[in-house]
Design a protein around this ligand. Structure first.
Ligand code: PEP
Length: 250
């Protein structure tokens, strides 16, 4: 039985004070949740939000990370900086990083291995564009992102890995994959992980869906056999929309 895992990616929203205030509201409101919860504020807000979340059941996430531990890498944030301020989880391979900042599977893989090596949990995002879906290439694209993103990742590290299936065409667009379409891709993700590792590892793997998840669609998505959680963008920015998602089974 996989624990539901609901996560909010705040992207480039909220100042430090706005993030602190919102985190305080989340801690108060979500204390009864039975799910695994995480929020990922912007880098600058991480230390202040870490202090608010301490002792709560909400994990602290970062939205990205450098592929090196330290050095001359202007503008980057390292894994040691993240763990030092209390970050538990890092989101890697988000489609906005892949498409706007041209992150390759090879780069994403270096980040994944480094994050796991330093004890962080990882949410690895995968997903196809609308063109790739229309060309019938969903499995080819998602399969390659998984195989290359997890290259040289040891089976013993899989308990700190979550996969987020986020069809690019559904992110921030208001378009959601149907629960059946999303579940079919999640099942495929399990097949790939089963072939790479073991059927048992595939069964234990937590797979989130991401792409315009809202209070109105979270229950039907979460009812699907292979959907274990959600990675939420827009609807994670306000208590009125994120609380019903995080408490979907209340
Ligand atoms: C995301 O960016 O991971 C995401 C799923 O965004 P949204 O919920 O706004 O579609």
């Amino acid at each position: 039985m996989r624990t539901p895992y609901l996560a909010g990616n705040w992207k480039m929203h909220k100042t430090v004070s706005e993030s602190v205030e919102f985190a305080q509201e989340l801690v108060r409101t979500l204390s009864s949740s039975r799910s695994k919860l995480m929020v990922a504020p912007a880098f600058l807000s991480l230390p202040a939000v870490a202090a608010v979340l301490q002792g709560s059941k909400i994990l602290l996430g970062a939205q990205n990370m450098a592929p090196e531990v330290e050095g001359a890498h202007t503008g980057e944030v390292s894994v040691r900086m993240l763990t030092d301020v209390g970050v538990n989880v890092v989101i890697l391979g988000h489609s906005e990083r892949r498409h706007s900042y041209l992150e390759s599977d090879e780069l994403v893989n270096r980040k994944v291995r480094l994050a796991l090596e330093y004890g962080l949990e990882v949410i690895l995002c995968v997903g196809e564009t609308i063109e790739e879906r229309e060309q019938g290439r969903v499995e080819e694209v998602v399969g390659a992102q998984l195989r290359e993103g997890l290259d040289q990742v040891d089976a013993r590290q899989l308990d700190r890995l979550t996969i987020a299936y986020e069809p690019v065409w559904a992110i921030g667009t208001g378009k959601t994959a149907t629960p059946e379409d999303a579940d079919a891709v999640h099942a495929y993700v399990r097949t790939v992980i089963g072939a790479m590792y073991s059927p048992d590892a595939a069964q234990r793997l937590s797979i989130q869906y991401g792409g315009s998840v809202k209070p109105t669609n979270v229950k039907e998505l979460m009812a699907m056999e292979n959907i274990d959680g959600a990675l939420v963008g827009g609807a994670s920015l306000a208590i009125e929309s994120f609380a019903p998602i995080a408490l979907f089974d209340a």
